[in-house]
Design a protein around this ligand. Sequence first.
Ligand SMILES: *[C@@H]1O[C@H](CO)[C@@H](O)[C@H](O)[C@H]1NC(C)=O
Ligand SMILES: *[C@@H]1O[C@H](CO)[C@@H](O)[C@H](O)[C@H]1NC(C)=O
Ligand SMILES: *[C@@H]1O[C@H](CO)[C@@H](O)[C@H](O)[C@H]1NC(C)=O
Length: 317
Amino acid sequence: MLHRIAALLLPVLAVSCASAARLPRGETLNDRPLIGILTQEVKDPNLRPYGRTYIPSSYVKYIESGGARVVPIRLNQTKEEHEKIFQSINGLIFIGGAVDLETSDFAHTAGIYFRLALKANDEGDYFPIWGTCLGFQLLTVQVAGENLLSKTMADNVSMPLNLTSEAQSSRMFASFPPELFKALSEEPLTGNFHHYGVTEQVFVGNEKLSSFFTILSTNKAENGAVFVSTMEGKKYPFYGVQWHPEVNRFQWHPQYSFPHSKNAVHVSSLLAQFLVNEGRRSSHHFSRPEEESQALIYNYNPVYTAKFSSYEQVYFF
Ligand SMILES: *[C@@H]1O[C@H](CO)[C@@H](O)[C@H](O)[C@H]1NC(C)=O
Ligand SMILES: *[C@@H]1O[C@H](CO)[C@@H](O)[C@H](O)[C@H]1NC(C)=O
Ligand SMILES: *[C@@H]1O[C@H](CO)[C@@H](O)[C@H](O)[C@H]1NC(C)=O
């Protein structure tokens, strides 16, 4: 397969030098971006009867609100099928949840896409990846090659971000108006629902992680541990949040601390648009319109789950 990709790339490289090859990409943005969302194994016994894998609707709405369409990605497909999907989408989200970061089908499949995205970006083929909560943790495992998590419980609590000096010049927050950027560090705009995380100390001490990602914010866990809460790739368009921007607009269960203030909604909107705008820089596409139609989330109906879950609606696969 590696050989086949190399062969496909050769004609392109032959007609243009590396820097020239980058130019058209910046100029011709893709205004019909498709963002993949990797499905995850269902662990919650209440959701089990509905399907083997799932995507909470909140992530789908989040992407749609940013101006893109969603392609759900099933686990357990062949490597060739995943490679084909990768060449057809313009970005990818690893959702939150609760599966093993090394042994689950979710982690295994995420690894396939992570490696494809590394290679693509190395070759000048822009491809963004976003990880939320468990997805953030998964990115750290992929980059570090080991699980560096420790107990950093912050469950059902909204917090302001402790922004680092790098946050000011980050890509992720570049579109934030100054008042909103300020509010991000003063108001509880970020909902946390996790037991584990990567502490700032471990992150900074790990050469692979600290050379790959810039820390944009940290937060304090219940036990006083300081964990990394926001990061962005230095060289790669890879982004991670230990918190949940999608809940600010798309989850309403009264028993959970979901931030719904005007500023919280604004933060969620801008980050969704940010990811979609990153996807506009990718020109991947399906080979035929019918293939695209069949791959879109519109082929599926979400199930109403609010009576037994913190999610109002969930897609099952
Ligand atoms: C994937 O395939 C394995 C082996 O057949 C099976 O045990 C597992 O349940 C499958 N996972 C999903 C999410 O379908
Ligand atoms: C914010 O981060 C700085 C640098 O890591 C740390 O010294 C400080 O204690 C943190 N403050 C809070 C409230 O977490
Ligand atoms: C979550 O936090 C909210 C607000 O602090 C609280 O009212 C609610 O009881 C908590 N829910 C759970 C499930 O702990």
